[in-house]
Design a protein around this ligand. Structure first.
Ligand SMILES: Cc1cc2nc3c(=O)[nH]c(=O)nc-3n(C[C@H](O)[C@H](O)[C@H](O)COP(=O)(O)OP(=O)(O)OC[C@H]3O[C@@H](n4cnc5c(N)ncnc54)[C@H](O)[C@@H]3O)c2cc1C
Ligand code: SF4
Length: 508
């Protein structure tokens, strides 16, 4: 085993840092000894490695000077010190989406660190605890070492109509099951955990508003991913076994992929210095709301994928000889319009960031929710257009093996030709990429993750409803219609509009 280089700088060093760890990972009913070399897992590791390489190649975009360590650190580990910092997170996310065509897995950790910065500060303010100081020590360490942090918020949840302590099985939400003077032991499970096997640490957090009965569930802590008592059950993705076949065409995107796994905690230990909430149940909803506020506009990552898919659709139109046809051009315009509508709301949310009491900058909640709500819809529409433009061959295409076969290869070369001058292999490659993104491995990231990641659509509608300020809007209408003040509506207390019309972003 090669000695791990710390601090990690490049993608290659990052990949080496994952080798030789003793993780318990199940995939296809078997224990995986070394995930780094597993053909199904490796593309997801490559995607994270890109976040390291980008920080070297485009320093201003993907790295930043941290006032916590005084060092230049990876932007995924940075605590936002200005609205501009929050904006740059989005720009980096779009760029990485363009470069990988998939989920690059590091934003959950970034958004967890930033939301914990303000939440721990406010817990300490109320309870006289020292979570914020401990969090800063943890941030110092991970910034210096340049480590990957996974954010584990979503419990398996069991019966969705019940909270943690009402479930028949108390393990369906992560909870403290034992404690001693050195720390706590947690049991339970986190679902859909993005990039967990590719991380160095996991931040476990509550998933919803909690009550006094749920005190044991109100726990936030940092755990090394290779801590004893943790088991990973790898999530399958559609067409994932194609990466075990020879050749690279049929995979569509052979280099990059996402990763989710179910994480089971069986008395995993969190030492006192890594505990950032322990029983303060009334702060669970604050943490969830601040985390999802960051994370819902982090989904501008999908506009980077949208750029790739629009490019793929334009390329196949070109290969098919129809790039100038009016309805094709119009569909490409519509795809672009949808994609930029996502970006517009996400980046606006970041620009509207405000400074919190702890000093971290938090993006605008309403616009973040609108952004994520767009993400639950528009990638599906963009994919529909891409499949329309691609033609049926996208799903009836023979395999790469047939292209390489001496009997069938020449037949495919003859009958799968499109426009003169375009080789059949290129045509197959671009069709496979569209398949990969709209129904294959990376449709997990482009479509279903867009639907449910950072909360299913209804979760955003609830937040939008909370802030839609109907009283204020009714008053505006009544004023113009010359309806006298009936005492019901007021132009005061419209928080959202206070933020909209503010000319500087300082805290009120
Ligand atoms: C690809 C992917 C990656 C993810 N990565 C991460 C990650 O890294 N970290 C993390 O913490 N989480 C992650 N998530 C989890 C994500 O936040 C959840 O999927 C999301 O919160 C929805 O939860 P669920 O999947 O359990 O859906 P469910 O809770 O099963 O929801 C299914 C449907 O039921 C509705 N529903 C559920 N409960 C209620 C209720 N009480 N009342 C009314 N309607 C309800 C929902 O609105 C939805 O329509 C990821 C998810 C995906 C798909
Ligand atoms: S879905 Fe997007 S925001 Fe979330 S971790 Fe993946 S790349 Fe980042």
């Amino acid at each position: 085993m090669q000695k791990t280089i710390r601090p990690i700088r490049t993608g290659e060093e990052y990949i080496e840092s994952l080798r030789g760890r003793d993780l318990t990972i199940y995939l296809f009913g078997e224990l995986i000894k070394e995930p780094v070399d597993h053909p199904i897992i490796r593309p997801s590791i490559n995607a994270v490695a890109k976040t390291y390489d980008l920080a070297v190649e485009e320093e201003d975009l993907a790295s930043v000077k941290s006032s916590i360590t005084g060092e230049q650190v990876n932007r995924f580990l940075h605590i936002a010190e200005s609205a501009q910092d929050v904006v740059k997170q989005n720009k980096m996310q779009r760029k990485l989406g363009q470069l990988t065509g998939t989920c690059f897995q590091r934003c959950v950790g970034m958004d967890a660190l930033n939301s914990l910065h303000s939440t721990t500060f406010e817990i300490d303010e109320k309870h006289g605890t020292d979570y914020h100081k401990k969090l800063l020590e943890f941030i110092k360490m991970v910034q210096h070492e340049n480590l990957v942090i996974g954010g584990a918020m979503t419990d398996v949840k069991g019966d969705r109509s019940m909270g943690p302590s009402d479930q028949e099985d108390p393990d369906l939400f992560l909870r403290i099951v034992e404690r001693n003077d050195k720390g706590v032991y947690v049991s339970g499970a986190k679902a859909h955990q993005t990039g967990c096997i590719n991380s160095h640490w996991m931040l476990v957090m509550p998933t919803m508003r909690l009550t006094e009965n749920d005190k044991d569930y109100a726990v936030v802590g940092a755990i090394p991913v290779d801590a004893p008592g943790i088991t990973y059950i790898y999530g399958r993705q559609s067409c994932d076994t194609r990466s075990m076949e020879p050749g690279d065409i049929d995979q569509g995107n052979s280099e990059y992929g996402g990763q989710e796994a179910m994480v089971i905690f069986d008395k995993a230990f969190i030492p006192n210095e890594m505990i950032f909430m322990d029983g303060e149940y009334e702060f669970a909803s604050m943490l969830v709301e601040r985390f999802t506020c960051y994370h819902r506009r982090s989904y501008v990552c999908k506009t980077g994928l949208g750029d790739v898919l629009i490019g793929a659709a334009a390329t196949i139109a070109d290969y098919n000889g129809v790039p100038k046809v009016s309805h094709i051009k119009d569909k490409l315009i519509e795809m672009t319009h949808l994609n930029e509508s996502i970006y517009g709301t996400g980046i606006a949310s970041s620009y509207q960031s405000q400074k919190m009491k702890s000093g971290v900058w938090q993006n605008d909640d309403m616009l973040a929710n609108v952004c994520k709500h767009n993400v639950t819809r528009f990638p599906y529409q963009i994919s529909r257009f891409a499949q329309d433009i691609a033609g049926g061959l996208m799903v009836t295409l023979p395999s790469e093996a047939e292209l390489r076969n001496p009997i069938t290869g020449p037949l495919l070369e003859k009958y799968l030709k499109g426009r003169k001058g375009v080789d059949v292999e290129s045509r197959m490659r671009i069709l496979r990429l569209i398949e990969n993104m709209t129904m294959g491995r990376n449709a997990v990231g482009y479509l279903t993750e867009s639907m449910h990641g950072a909360g299913s659509p209804q979760a955003q509608r609830i937040q939008i409803a909370r802030q839609m300020q109907l009283g204020y809007k009714k008053r505006l209408a009544k004023n113009l219609a010359k309806i006298q003040d009936d005492g019901e509506e007021t132009l005061e207390n419209a928080d959202y509009f206070k933020r909209v019309f503010k000319l500087d972003n300082s805290k009120e």
